[in-house]
Design a binder for this molecule. Structure first.
Ligand code: SAM
Length: 379
């Protein structure tokens, strides 16, 4: 039975200021610091022993169980790790298995930190160290991270202007049995970053594409936003052109989910102004700025207050931004289209059945349709 690392660390989520207006939730962007942007020694707490069933975990982490195959062509290649069972729940933590990572030729799509260089996973480091060639959005920028972690592989530039040509070189390398990694300047490749075309072409050429997950600004912001929405839609960057941007916002208005945007500092004011004008002003705006960095700031406010909040302090317009707008307020009553469907169904069906069917057809709330149906019948 192999040794299983036993240092899971849990984060305390009782920081009352998390969504307050305070600036600079401090996290020195220190090279090599583990991913504890908000936590000092006192704030970190090992998961209590009684929360984790280590016996169950040991039993589950047999060598032959802790690997997952990566596709038919490479059925023999193995990645991944074992699992720690958490008592009383279905959660499972995967523990990295360091012996059998990344030994097979494939394109490894590796997430890198979005600020704090400590936010790189063990698996990402193993993958980068084992790579023969690393495609980077900006090779000089990447070198800082790679040098720091002792990654010596050759690098190749792959950015939005040369993705096709660079991808051809990746495919050549894969054909000669090399292990190739793909990273972007920050976060997860392919998410508002180059990578999608490379992944598609590599897969079409018959090679495996293996994601090595990690930091992503949208998920990081959502994780701390504290919004009630069960769903979110990742909208990425809105258009830089005002008219197109406004059309895009209008098109998103009725989406029944929180909306997540990326924005650059030079456009933050106009984008927030458009969001506040075009979406319901009572929706909540979360500004997540400089995540995982020294001046990290996560603030929630009514959307209508967004423009004034930004205008109040020039520092609030600096850095990198994720903007999240909570989902639309519940619509009151039954809309005209749903009512039309309901009326037609009521001509043939009893109230309950008509309401149920109308709800399935239109997506409107069954209860509201039922009330409306009673009203229509009564009238
Ligand atoms: N691939 C990246 C990811 O997985 O999040 C996104 C790359 S995109 C080119 C860069 C944008 O992501 C920034 O303009 C900003 O909107 C957002 N972003 C990246 N890092 C961030 C950070 N530390 N804090 C807030 N937003 C960030």
């Amino acid at each position: 039975m192999p040794a299983v690392p036993r240092q899971p660390v849990a984060c305390r989520h009782d920081d009352p200021g998390l969504l307050g207006g305070g600036d600079a939730r401090s996290c020195p962007a220190v090279i090599g610091t583990p991913a504890q942007a908000y936590l000092d020694e006192d704030d970190r707490c090992a998961v209590a022993a009684d929360q984790i069933d280590f016996a169950a975990a040991d039993a589950e982490v047999a060598l032959d169980q802790r690997q997952t195959a990566c596709g038919e062509k490479f059925g023999g290649c193995r990645f991944g790790g074992g699992a720690l069972g958490l008592r009383g729940g279905h959660e499972r933590w995967t523990i990295p298995s360091m012996e059998n990572l990344t030994t097979t030729p494939a394109l490894y799509v590796v997430a890198t930190p979005i600020g704090n260089l400590g936010d790189v996973t063990l698996r990402a480091l193993e993958t980068l160290r084992a790579a023969d060639l690393i495609a980077c959005e900006d090779t000089r920028h990447a070198r800082r991270l790679l040098d720091h972690h002792g990654v010596r592989a050759a690098t190749l530039a792959l950015h939005e202007h040369n993705e096709a040509a660079a991808t051809a070189r990746l495919i050549d390398a894969l054909a000669t049995g090399q292990r190739v990694a793909l990273i972007s300047d920050a976060g997860t490749p392919g998410i508002s970053d180059p990578g999608a075309r490379a992944c598609a072409a590599v897969r079409a050429a018959g090679h495996a594409v293996v994601p090595i997950p990690g930091a992503n600004a949208a998920a990081t912001a959502m994780s701390a936003a504290g919004l009630p929405d069960a769903r979110f839609l990742f909208a990425g960057f809105l258009s830089a052109k005002p008219t197109a941007r406004r059309h895009e916002i209008e098109a998103l208005k009725a989406v029944p989910a929180a909306l997540v945007f990326y924005e650059a500092p030079h456009r933050i004011e106009e984008t927030v102004a458009d969001l506040a004008t075009l979406l319901e002003p009572q929706r909540t705006l979360v500004v997540a700025r400089e995540l995982t960095k020294l001046f990290e700031q996560i603030v929630a406010m009514p959307l209508r207050e967004g423009p004034a909040w930004l205008a109040a302090d020039d520092n609030r317009k600096r850095g990198e931004f994720v903007l999240i707008v909570s989902g639309p307020p519940p619509r009151e009553g039954v809309d005209a289209a749903a009512e039309r469907v309901l009326k037609v169904l009521l001509e043939e069906l009893p109230v309950k059945q008509a309401a149920k069917l109308a709800a399935t057809i239109t997506g409107a709330a069954k209860n509201e349709l039922y009330q409306k149906a009673l009203q229509l019948k009564g009238g």
